[in-house]
Ligand binder design. Structure first.
Ligand code: RIB
Length: 312
């Protein structure tokens, strides 16, 4: 890890890293239709790297473990991490696959559609995992955009060392949650919850039922169910209920969930009760929707604090 002040939470993020191509369009073309777009740009992304950079901007001392290809995207993404102060020593350059790539279609109103070409994100090897745990950390954050085998193995390594695991359960997939070890917090959004539990999340009552199912499947982990513009449904042993979102004018929702989980984790590791940490996550996630792109939209700690102060 880079030299960190004692009180900065030390976080290991094991996850995906992609080059995003963000295309602004009026509507998604129908089969056979051609539409003119408003513009496009390239920006660093990937659920893992987004969470790592978000946590670093919010004051975490962050190491990122993952895989890029031996190409210009990989070099650019590594540089972005180091420019953000994220430790890249556990980011391997694989020779057998290109860097992950994600075309993102952003429609007027901020809704997005994402295609992920995982590329080198699939090249993280089980034998890479023990080395990720050589230096002590306060928490491990993971998502589901890397091989399932790696997520499960890393959770066992974390549990063996008493390190809490925070799982952002995106993207939506059927994942054997009950096989996770050391899980402190599981945080899916509505579609990810449906994929994990088969339960819909259209109302608070449905969120309650789904959160209870998730808690049971994850052997009692705290559940933070992300519900977009409505906020988050939180289930812990001390608290159950909604934490409301902050209304904002959304430009692009890309990486809002990644930002939310990273911000919640940083606040939680600083010792805030989870309910307050979720509120901090809601503020950071809301801010991320007000700007285009994944990592260009991630707020700093000063921005989140000013945003919260203005709403007290
Ligand atoms: O969560 C947003 C991210 O999903 C994008 O940055 C894209 O790369 C995909 O991983």
């Amino acid at each position: 890890m880079p030299v960190c002040q004692e009180k900065r939470p030390k976080i290991l993020v094991i996850g995906s890293i992609n080059m995003d191509m963000v295309a602004r369009i009026d509507h998604i073309p129908l089969p056979g239709e051609t539409v003119l777009g408003q513009g496009y740009s390239f920006a660093p992304g990937g659920k893992g790297a987004n969470a790592a950079v978000a946590a670093a901007r919010l004051g975490g001392c962050v190491a990122f473990a993952g895989c890029v290809g031996d190409d210009s995207y990989g070099q650019a993404l590594r540089k972005t991490l180091t420019d953000e102060g994220v430790d890249d020593r556990l980011l391997r350059t694989a020779q057998d696959a290109p860097t992950g790539y994600a075309p993102i279609l952003v429609q007027a109103g901020g809704e997005n559609s994402i295609i992920v070409f995982p590329g080198a994100n699939r090249s993280i090897r089980p034998e890479d995992v023990p080395a990720m745990f050589r230096e002590p950390v306060d928490a491990v954050m993971m998502q589901l955009e890397i091989p399932e085998e790696i997520v499960l193995l890393a959770s066992r390594e974390a549990e063996a060392r008493g390190i809490p695991v925070i799982l952002d359960a995106g993207p939506a997939c059927s994942f054997p949650l009950e096989e996770m070890r050391g899980l402190a917090i599981v945080s899916p959004n509505e579609t990810e919850t449906m994929a994990l539990t088969g339960l819909p999340v259209d109302s608070e009552a449905e969120a309650r039922a789904a959160a209870r199912a998730l808690r049971e499947r994850s052997h009692g982990a705290d559940v933070v169910l992300k519900m977009g513009a409505r906020g988050a449904y939180l289930l812990t042993k001390d608290f159950e209920g909604m934490v409301p979102a902050f209304p904002v004018e959304a430009v692009d929702t890309t990486a809002a969930g990644d930002t939310f989980t990273a911000a919640m984790t940083v606040a939680y590791l600083r010792g805030e009760p989870l309910e307050r940490a979720v509120r901090y996550g809601c503020a950071a996630g809301a801010l991320a929707t007000t700007r285009l792109g994944a990592q260009p939209s991630l707020p700093t700690a000063a921005e989140v604090e000013a945003f919260l102060r203005a709403r007290e």
